[in-house]
Design a protein around this ligand. Structure first.
Ligand SMILES: [Zn+2]
Length: 95
């Protein structure tokens, strides 16, 4: 079982968390100006790296706050956890 360390609550079982997908995806400045293909790419296309990946998590069974984690998708090891208003920490590799 994976332990995830909520920035506010500390280490908790992964069953208390909800995965929120890729982190650091800025909302388009002018969505109405996008083509259907560009809008679909924003909505549905995500990176899928083997290795470190920045992703959003919510502590749904606890404080219900969102935060970011960098998880190695090959080993499931969590390399860093940080609040959404903090910059991405440096880790080996990048995705
Ligand atoms: Zn929490």
């Amino acid at each position: 079982m994976l332990l995830i360390s909520c920035p506010w609550c500390g280490p908790r079982d992964e069953a208390e968390f909800h995965y929120g997908g890729q982190a650091h995806l800025p909302y388009p400045e002018d969505p109405a100006a996008l083509t259907d293909e560009e809008w679909a790419r924003y909505l549905f296309f995500r990176d899928n790296p083997k290795g470190p990946f920045a992703e959003r998590w919510s502590h749904t069974a606890g404080c219900r706050k969102w935060f970011n984690a960098i998880r190695n998708t090959a080993t499931n090891e969590i390399l860093a956890i940080y609040k959404t208003d903090e910059p991405r920490p440096q880790t080996r590799g990048r995705a």
